[in-house]
Design a protein around this ligand. Structure first.
Ligand code: GLU
Length: 917
């Protein structure tokens, strides 16, 4: 109940407090440039809107009193203001021109009449009776800085028309992370200046010109080629949204701007104007059918004035009096009115309002106008406002991509997917220039009896790869051979790039592809896609000639030293056995077991028998004698063990030595190359391999670089193909350092060459694009897709293996098959040894035969020739398998026909038993 009574009391007192102490008609003056019809239109309709909306100034009507002036006639401005003040008026709006505005402002200040402006004014001090709704220039400048930082611009050109621009862009000039060039646009033909900018390779331009000039500048920029995929513009004008950008929509240029109002949301204002003017039978010209930022600000200015006056009237009787410029009298409510307007623009604090004697309850909330929240800082500047960041877009012409506010900074609402989608869309149906260089099998000229032209001339791995990417991304392409044939290296003295890198930097191509290695240095100059191939530096060298197996290759399993040690061991063990056998009593045995008490004992292991026993067991054969004593058995056992191991090792190694044709290369890797001076080595001049050795900090590679760079004649070649040719012809005197993928291609086709050693580093090939190309991501993702679906692998197989590849593998297979069976060249030596042994045996037999014949001749008193003849006669009678013993017999016992004794008793005269021992 209590609450109800209190509320009723509060409402009644409020109603009582709100006296309607305002005249029925309140005149407000507007001063406009003669030519500025739009602002005057906005002023009139803003007033009409307030009059139609009865929520403010419920019992009074505003009357707009416009005055037109020539732009720079300050005398007339002063005269006309003084005449308006006599009307009388409650406030003066405008003018926009700086010169006249200053005069008007000082008169209003003197007469204490609120002066409301909506123009760009760089002055950092405002007069007491003046209020300006235009965004505060330092805040705008801060917005530019923040947006460019968010766009990651580092280096750009500022193009401006009037000197005011320098005030607007001062924060850009002061920002340390920006590298800025400032150029002024003069006259009407900006092409010479724009051409200069194009030559300077600048790709980012801040355009600070009047909105009426934006179209002309962009058009001329397009004419001289300063528009396209790689160019970015930032336009500072708040009326950028009024410019017709349709003809630049498909240029690929990235144009960003800002706006305080969204014209798309202000169609109803234009409709109001059209409708209103029809009442007076007036038709609006096309230039009046748009709401500019200043027009919108005029609406907000009138709203703010109405609110301020309304609030003032709630506590004061406001009468509007004539004031004379010549007199001393000022308007008594001017001060309060301007303060109420500023108060509306600043969120009120109760304590503050109380101190100022203001009626807090009369604050009806901030003014939210067409330009957003109308808010002022303590100094009376409109420093906090919200800007839309807009970008040129193929669908909507201008698309909002974010906002800026002093408190919230830059807030990008454009998603990554949006950006990606827009770039991919832009790439579709574009014709890209692809710069290539000749290199097998990446880019090759097609061999065709018919003359070929254009893209048809080329074939190779990279050509197929670009084709596959174009199918995914939907672009067309034209190949161009790089004029200097070089991939791209930086001159160590001038720092200038050449080759494909230079072409991309100059935007003469959109893509660069070949066996193009991604290096740190190149990455600094251009962009690279995801790698499409991984590799490393290696050595290509002449395959050593296969050595024909030697006749005595059966000796190869053991080195000559081992053979020598074995022979020594054989002799040593034989002699040892002989000595131990003589020492050992067990080895002295009864030669005739049937004689129980022998007079003599015999030892089997004389020197000859020892040698025979040891060699027989070494060759895994049996000998008729065997050791009996422990000592001799130990010697025999240990010899057999030795034999077992040696024979097994020999057998195990023998197969490999007989079948494998050894190919000994003088170098096994980069270390070997670095250590010697006989074999020269080099690489492709100006390529990434060249740069690798030049810049290496590893001692081995530094030594190699020193050797390469000082070699005369030069060891560097212009192309990899030339290097490979040189290796092939050098007969092992030249090795070439090349990337493993290219080596792989060469050794598949040139069977006289081989890769030596492993990889010296690890790197990749990529597709190069101009710096900051918008197409890097779509191309990269297409490469990834081709990698994942196996297409890249297929292409590699096609160009490495299928197209006349695999030649050497077939040859190797043939060689391997023929190596499986042993030829005479492998085992010929064994035959030689056998023949040698046979010859030796025959020679020995002849000697024995001759020696025996000579002995018998002496014993029997026959001549040596006669005896020899007799023995030979017996030998040739091959059917005689027994031979009588011949003794020193009397002639009577002698069989005259044969000369042999007829008995078969033993003949010990020669000191041998029946076994010949
Ligand atoms: N792929 C190298 C380059 O991009 C060329 C060949 C090489 O230097 O081995 O420069």
């Amino acid at each position: 109940m209590k609450i109800l009574i209190l509320t009723t009391f509060f409402v009644i007192s409020c109603c009582m407090l709100r006296s309607h102490a305002l005249p029925n008609q309140i005149v407000i003056g507007g001063i406009f440039d003669e030519k500025d019809k739009l602002l005057e239109l906005a002023f009139r309709y803003a007033v009409e809107r307030i009059n139609n909306d009865r929520s403010t100034l419920t019992h009074s009507t505003l009357v707009a009193q416009p005055v037109w002036l020539p732009a720079d006639d300050s005398y007339r401005a002063a005269r006309d203001v003084c005449s308006i003040l006599r009307t009388p008026v409650a406030a003066i709006f405008g003018p926009q021109m700086e010169k006249t505005a200053n005069h008007v402002q000082s008169i209003c200040d003197a007469m204490e009449i609120p002066h409301i402006e909506t123009r760009w004014d760089y002055k950092l001090r405002r007069d007491a009776y003046s209020i300006n709704l235009y965004p505060y220039p330092p805040s705008l400048s801060e917005a530019y800085r923040k947006i460019l930082l968010a766009l990651k611009w580092k280096e750009f050109v500022i193009l401006y028309d009037t000197n005011d621009a320098l005030v607007r862009v001062q924060t850009l000039l002061r920002e340390g992370s920006f590298s800025v060039t400032v150029r002024q646009l003069e006259g009407e033909d900006f092409r010479p200046l724009l051409k200069e900018i194009r030559r300077s390779q600048q790709k980012r331009i801040v355009l600070d010109v009047h909105s009426s000039l934006i179209y002309t500048v962009l058009k001329q920029a397009a004419q001289i080629g300063l528009m396209g995929d790689y160019y970015n513009y930032f336009i500072t004008s708040l009326d950028f949204n009024q410019v017709d950008l349709d003809e630049f929509k498909y240029s690929g240029t990235n144009i960003t701007g800002i706006q305080l109002i969204d014209p798309k949301k202000l169609h109803h204002i234009v409709e109001d104007w059209k409708f209103g003017e029809r009442r007076f039978a007036r038709i609006l010209t096309p230039d009046l059918l748009k709401v500019t930022t200043e027009a919108a600000l005029m609406y907000d200015a009138v709203s703010l004035f109405a609110k301020g006056l309304d609030t003032l009237s709630s506590s004061h009787d406001v009468d509007i009096e004539k004031v004379y410029c010549e007199g001393d009298k000022t308007w008594q409510h001017g001060d309060s009115l301007i303060n109420y307007m500023k108060w509306y623009g600043s969120p009120p604090q109760f304590g503050e309002s109380y101190k100022m004697g203001r009626n807090f309850s009369s604050y009806s909330g901030p003014v939210i106008g067409l330009t957003g929240l109308v808010r002022f800082d303590r100094m009376g500047f409109r420093s906090d406002f919200e800007l839309d960041i807009v970008e040129m877009d193929q669908n909507e012409t201008l698309k909002k991509v974010g906002t800026w506010s002093l408190s919230g900074h830059v807030n990008y609402t454009k998603s990554w997917a949006d950006t990606k989608g827009a770039v991919e869309k832009n790439l579709k149906n574009k014709t890209l220039i692809v710069m290539v260089a000749k290199a097998d099998p990446y880019v090759m000229m097609k061999q065709d009896p018919m003359p070929l032209a254009g893209n048809d001339q080329f074939e190779g791995f990279c050509i197929d790869l670009i084709h596959e990417i174009s199918l995914i991304r939907g672009f067309n392409y034209t190949y161009k051979l790089v004029p200097d044939g070089s991939y791209g290296s930086r001159d160590q003295i001038t720092g200038e790039w050449n080759g494909i890198v230079r072409q991309l930097m100059d935007h003469k191509a959109d893509l660069g592809i070949v066996d193009f290695t991604i290096t740190y240095e190149r990455e600094e100059a251009v962009d690279f896609s995801m790698p499409f191939m991984n590799l490393g530096i290696s050595i290509i060298y002449k395959k050593p000639q296969k050595k024909a197996p030697s006749l005595f290759s059966f000796t190869s399993p053991f080195s000559p030293d081992v053979w020598l040690y074995m022979a020594t061991a054989y002799l040593g063990v034989s002699v040892l056995l002989f000595i131990l056998a003589r020492m050992s009593p067990e080895e002295w045995t009864n030669p005739y077991p049937c004689v129980e008490e022998p007079e003599e004992l015999e030892n089997c292991f004389n020197l000859v028998n020892s040698l025979w026993f040891i060699i027989a067991t070494f060759l895994c054969q049996g000998a008729d004698i065997a050791p009996r004593a422990v000592s001799t058995r130990i010697v025999a056992g240990i010899w057999w063990f030795f034999t077992l191991i040696m024979i097994s090792s020999y057998t195990a190694n023998l197969a490999a030595f007989l079948t494998v044709e050894r190919m000994d290369s003088p170098i096994e890797g980069a270390e070997d190359l670095a250590k010697q001076t006989k074999i020269k080595y080099g690489c492709k001049e100006g390529g990434s391999t060249y740069a690798f050795f030049r810049d290496s900090t590893i001692p081995t590679y530094q030594r190699m670089w020193a050797a390469m760079s000082s070699a005369r004649p030069s060891v560097f070649t212009d192309t990899n193909e030339a290097g490979v040719e040189r290796v092939s012809k050098s007969n092992g005197q030249y090795a070439f350092l090349m990337e493993s993928s290219s080596i792989e291609f060469q050794v598949e086709r040139r069977c006289d060459l081989m890769q030596v050693g492993g990889l010296l580093d690890s790197k990749s090939y990529g597709i190069a694009l101009p710096p900051e190309s918008p197409y890097t991501d779509p191309i990269s993702s297409a490469v990834l897709r081709l990698k994942e679906n196996g297409k890249l692998h297929q292409l590699k197989t096609r160009w490495w293996k299928e197209r006349s590849g695999g030649r050497c593998t077939t040859e190797e297979k043939k060689d391997a098959a023929s190596a499986a069976e042993l030829g005479l060249e492998n085992v010929g030596g064994v035959f030689v040894v056998m023949v040698g042994g046979i010859l030796l045996a025959c020679l020995t037999a002849c000697c024995e035969f001759a020696w025996k014949a000579r002995k018998l001749a002496t014993d029997e008193g026959m001549s040596f020739t006669e005896e020899l003849k007799k023995e030979l006669l017996f030998i040739v009678k091959c059917n005689e398998n027994s031979k009588p013993v011949r003794k020193k017999l009397s002639p009577a016992d002698t069989d005259t026909s044969t000369g042999y004794s007829s008995s078969s008793t033993y003949d010990y005269s020669n000191g041998h038993n029946k076994y010949g021992y």
